[in-house]
Design a protein around this ligand. Structure first.
Ligand code: BDP
Length: 703
């Protein structure tokens, strides 16, 4: 059809819309949110916010004025008398009177209260409320880490390009900027996220130039009414790069003066600037060790500059050396000798596990070991190792597993969560970080269900007690449909999806068996420029068995855990089987608790992961009537892809291991669909970590 003029375009568009709604039955909400852009505001059909304008209080008031549907009036009250324990961000909602009364010490507390009310309304949670609901965030700083580069690419980003259009950000007329930034800030505020690190930890020093800082200021002004503070990743060598100093030595007076002046310049522009995130002396990034100084010297120099302004340093513990026989031990080895040396406004930002965001790792032992240093957890929301934005993997169960892990370091109950919330030792600052999965894709996160991970991260950072089920269900109700026949099965699917991914990617404690460097797809044979980037470093598959011996007879990493964990992990008979190959190298015919050999168990666990992924397609097909056609089709295609990928992962990993075990597939396993030789030849064309473009995906059949 040739479209001749504007009128006919409108006509065609209207016709398509009409068609779309005809093709769905009554239960389906065919809305303008079909493309997923409205996130969890879909059920409210929230309008796009203005880029700039209303104050925090006005946003809270408008939330209620526009979107509150009940006859009961809501009063928003600032500075209530009873509210001291609510702190600066908490709120109380009193449902007992004729009017519902929300009170808080600050405007942002009321803003959070308004989102809580809307969430309760949209998830049928109001009826259960009759007394007072008090809500105070568990972590003071609930931060997103964007690994966004200044050139617009996103490291490990799978949702298009960076949201930040640095070339287009208008520093002189903030209101003229795109309102996507306000939409982004609103989404964060609605789930309690109050900080955002705008740039990649592999930081370009240029972010600290005046040109960029003016743009950062413009973004900060858009974010401010939503309670969202801006932080930046810094490049430790910035004094050399930007000011041509001869050194970036943290004990050099000129360097110290440069940072002091730079920090003062930032606070002049952005009075509520949150602070810096630092990746130093890791994977080629510069750091204090370049000058014979320690992480503490480096962190404290920056911390001192920030201190008068209330800023913090989040100094990452992600360090490892190519020559080490066990990378999992290195953060403890490098940071424990510095315990007690860090300034009060330094937090050590530690990945949940000791290696690198694998589908399952034990918790990092550094959390418990620190006695005098504030630790914070870093989780990864973007699915670097969990199927990128092609797989539906709801990550909350994985993060909660870490927060709920008991370190036993300060007696029973000193969980990672309790420690980092400052409940075990008093912390001046508490924080949590999540590596963002947001890009400029229309649906923000690449996969519609990846939005749930952004949502869940915020909800967890505010309240780590919430269950995975609750968060999944409330997200589904707001994002898709309140229909019980939809929420129940799909909620279960979400909660099961992380374990499914562990099973089809790398079960029983296996880790890092990916194809590099994109970390998508199986590649246990893969080679790299560094031995510790090669899968064989981790799986150690050989004729005598598989797994990494981290016992006292092996690398000794178990010794970094407090008793009873040390003995529990060290002893193969007591080591949890879901981590057994993390801690033990075992013969292929090792007898598992099920009575099966390790080999059979491995094959059958992969198969069970395939079955789960396959069942997700069926579950999704069964709820078609409750989902708009566009999101239904998008998710269906990705779920099919995920189920095929699960077979691919199994085919490749098991056939590769079979070369060493010499054992056959046990009964209950589907035959291989593709031969190892062929699978080893597949190359995936991913460049710049942008949307994965798989050019040569092996052909798989689902049936
Ligand atoms: C690894 C990523 C790499 C990051 C690094 C980090 O592969 O792209 O730069 O972590 O956290 O997981 O610094």
């Amino acid at each position: 059809m040739r479209i001749k003029n504007l009128t006919s375009i409108t006509f065609v568009a209207a016709g398509l819309l009409a068609l779309a709604s005809c093709s769905n039955n009554n239960n389906t909400r065919t809305t303008i949110g079909d493309d997923g852009h409205l996130l969890w505001f879909n059920s409210l059909q929230m309008e796009a916010p203005a880029t700039l304008g209303p104050t925090t209080l006005q946003i809270a008031q408008e939330n209620i004025a526009k979107y509150w549907k009940s006859d009961r009036k809501v009063d928003l009250k600032l500075n209530s008398e009873a509210a001291a324990e609510l702190g600066t961000e908490g709120f109380e909602i009193d449902f007992s009177g004729a009017n519902i009364c929300a009170s808080a010490n600050s405007e942002v507390g009321l803003l959070y209260a308004s989102y809580e009310l809307l969430r309760l309304q949209e998830t049928d949670g109001l009826a259960a409320q009759n007394g007072k609901l008090t809500s105070v965030p568990a972590f003071e700083r609930r931060v997103l880490n964007h690994w966004d580069n200044l050139d617009g690419t996103v490291e490990r980003g799978f949702a298009g390009h960076s949201l930040w259009k640095w070339d287009e950000i208008n520093a002189n007329d903030v209101a003229a900027n795109s309102n996507i930034y306000a939409e982004y800030a609103r989404a964060n505020a609605s789930v309690g996220i109050n900080g955002t690190v705008l740039n990649n930890v592999n930081a370009n020093a240029d972010i600290l130039t005046e040109d960029y800082l003016l743009k950062v200021k413009a973004l900060a002004e858009i974010f401010r009414p939503y309670g969202l503070k801006v932080y930046l990743s810094l490049n430790f060598a910035a004094p050399k790069h930007l000011a041509n100093l001869e050194t970036s030595d943290p004990l050099d007076n000129e360097v110290v003066a440069w940072w002091n002046a730079k920090v003062a310049e930032i606070y002049k522009l952005i009075p509520d600037f949150g602070g810096f995130l630092v990746k130093a002396n890791s994977e080629g990034q510069s750091g204090p060790q370049d000058y014979g100084r320690t992480h503490a010297d480096g962190a404290n120099m920056i911390a001192k500059a920030l201190e008068p302004f209330g800023g913090i340093v989040m100094w990452r513990a992600f360090v490892y050396d190519a020559k080490s026989p066990d990378r999992a031990k290195q953060a403890v080895e490098e940071f424990m000798p510095l315990d007690g040396q860090f300034a009060e406004n330094v937090l050590i930002q530690i990945k949940n596990g000791p290696v690198d965001f694998q589908p399952r790792e034990p918790f990092s032992p550094l959390f418990g070991q620190f006695e005098k240093t504030q630790a914070m957890v870093e989780v990864q929301i973007t699915q670097e190792y969990l199927g990128h934005s092609n797989h539906l993997v709801y990550l909350h169960p994985m993060w909660k597993e870490c927060l709920d892990s008991d370190t036993y370091e300060r007696g029973e109950g000193s969980t990672v969560g309790a420690i980092t919330e400052g409940k075990v030792m008093p912390y001046k600052y508490t924080a949590i970080a999540g590596v963002s999965n947001v890009g400029n894709d229309r649906n923000w996160c690449g996969h519609h269900f990846a939005q749930a991970n952004w949502y869940a991260y915020g909800r967890m950072a505010w309240n780590p007690e919430l269950s995975s089920e609750q968060i999944a269900n409330e997200w589904l109700m707001q994002t898709f449909s309140k229909e019980k026949k939809f929420v129940e099965p799909v909620g279960k699917l979400m909660v099961a999806s992380r374990e499914a991914c562990v099973k089809y990617e790398m079960p029983l404690g296996l880790h890092h068996t990916f194809k590099g460097p994109d970390h998508y797809g199986p590649g246990p044979w893969d080679r790299s420029i560094r031995p510790d980037w090669e899968p064989a470093y981790y799986h150690k598959a050989a004729a005598d068995g598989v797994g990494f011996d981290r016992t006292m007879n092996g690398s000794g990493a178990v010794a970094q855990y407090h008793e009873p964990l040390q003995s529990l992990y060290n002893n193969v008979a007591t080591c949890p089987e879901n981590l057994i190959l993390w801690f033990h190298h075992l013969p292929w015919d090792y007898k598992m608790k099920s009575g099966r050999t390790l080999w059979d168990e491995l094959c059958l666990t992969f198969q069970s992961g395939i079955n789960d992924a396959r069942s997700f397609v069926d579950i999704w097909n069964s709820v078609e009537q409750y989902v708009d056609h566009q999101r239904f089709a998008d998710v269906k295609a990705k779920l099919e892809r995920q189920a095929k990928d699960a077979i691919w992962w199994r085919d490749a990993t098991i056939q590769y291991f079979q070369q060493f075990s010499g054992m056959a597939l046990p009964e209950g396993c589907q035959p291989f669909q593709q031969k190892l030789e062929k699978l080893m030849k597949y190359r995936i064309g991913i460049t710049n970590y942008e949307n994965p473009k798989i050019e040569t995906l092996p052909e798989y059949k689902l049936e």
